[in-house]
Design a protein around this ligand. Sequence first.
Ligand code: NAP
Length: 219
Amino acid sequence: MHVLVNAAVSADGKLSSRRREQIAISGDKDFARVDRLRAESDAVMVGIGTVLADDPSLVRHDEAHRAALRGADADPPARVVADSRCRTPPDADVLAGDRETYVLTSEAAPLDRREALESVGATLIVAGAERVDLPAAFEALSTDGIDHLMVEGGGELIFSLVEAGLVDELSVYVGALVIGGREAPTLADGEGFVADFPELELDGVDRLDDGVVLHWVVR
Ligand code: NAP
């Protein structure tokens, strides 16, 4: 499976403020770029931290671009949430509508919460004892026909994906604002690396709105 991580950060590398609420870091041109990337993907993924903070629907994409790429009858991109304990609220926007939503979860998820998500149409993939085993869960997604996955954050999930060697490409919009705050989420949080830092190869730089998009390939 090909995995692209796309996110928007402030000039100081923050995904959001210390309040973890959604912040407009980019503008219309970048939203259009993101909509095209979604249209090129089989599924769009976030972590449960992002679901609880932003309640995203993940449905918006460039429909004309998708139709041109895959034909007018192509299914829209599916949605994926990494959620070890099935904390996704059954009325979350990521589960609304008839679009396929996968919840990647673990053995630690209580049965009643699993059932609640299945009853509103989620497809559960159980991988890992306490936390989602991302390589195993991605194998299952791949078996289900997900070949191109776009990950939109947040920082905990992105760090784990990089750590597990699952990321092929990284595109980051760097916006013209400073958010600051030691508690504010950054592009890659988690435990952090202290050695053997994963290396990237710069593949392109585009000026967009009042910021830049950096395209990296993971070595
Ligand atoms: P997150 O990365 O969205 O979700 C992290 C959660 O995912 C973990 O706490 C964990 O909860 C679950 N998870 C399951 N398996 C995991 C694994 N193997 N590795 C890591 N996590 C796993 O949350 P976040 O880091 O708190 O980021 C949320 C913030 O980012 C919000 O403020 C949001 O607004 C912001 N955001 C910004 C952008 C942007 O482009 N600017 C994009 C997205 C999000 P469990 O243990 O309960 O499963």
